[in-house]
Design a protein around this ligand. Structure first.
Ligand code: YOG
Length: 134
């Protein structure tokens, strides 16, 4: 029985989001707005198919993918850079590699107790986010 990330999740902590955004080249004014946000994630998991909808009062981002199948990601409304993205399982962790202009770009999701964890990586920066079930 694989882990199930499905649900609605609210951000409760966001460590080094500033560093991550700076590594992505997000401008100062946008970073000031973005770091005040408390995004919500709505995750739907159906076998190998996932959708992750990240919403906020400022911008929304929708991602859909199938485990093990590389796809073009446009990062629209984020840094707008295109990547070739691939999501795979590493035991109970969901790992995404976002190959493109930025080195070492990707993310990892896992569950710890009742919490959803997310590590966001870009170049030498790591942002750590924790979400609680809404
Ligand atoms: O999630 O990759 O769950 O896509 C990262 C924002 C801020 C816009 C959000 C809007 C990176 C301005 C997605 C925040 C900073 C700053 C809410 C993280 C870029 C622009 C959308 C992510 C994965 C894993 C699924």
């Amino acid at each position: 029985m694989p882990v199930d990330f499905s649900g609605t999740w609210n951000l409760v902590s966001n460590d080094n989001f500033e560093g991550y955004m700076t590594a992505l080249g997000i401008d100062f004014a946008t970073r000031k707005i973005a770091k005040m946000l408390k995004p919500q994630k709505v995750i739907k998991q159906d076998g190998d198919l996932f959708s992750i909808h990240t919403t906020s009062t400022f911008r929304d981002y929708m991602l859909q993918f199938k485990i093990g199948e590389e796809f073009e990601e446009d990062n629209k409304g984020l840094d707008n850079r295109k990547c070739k993205s691939l999501v795979t399982w590493d035991n109970d962790k969901l790992i995404c590699v976002q190959a493109g202009e930025k080195k070492n770009r990707g993310w990892t999701h896992w569950l710890e107790g009742d919490d959803l964890h997310l590590e966001l990586r870009c170049e030498n920066q790591v942002c750590k986010q924790v979400f609680k079930k809404a």
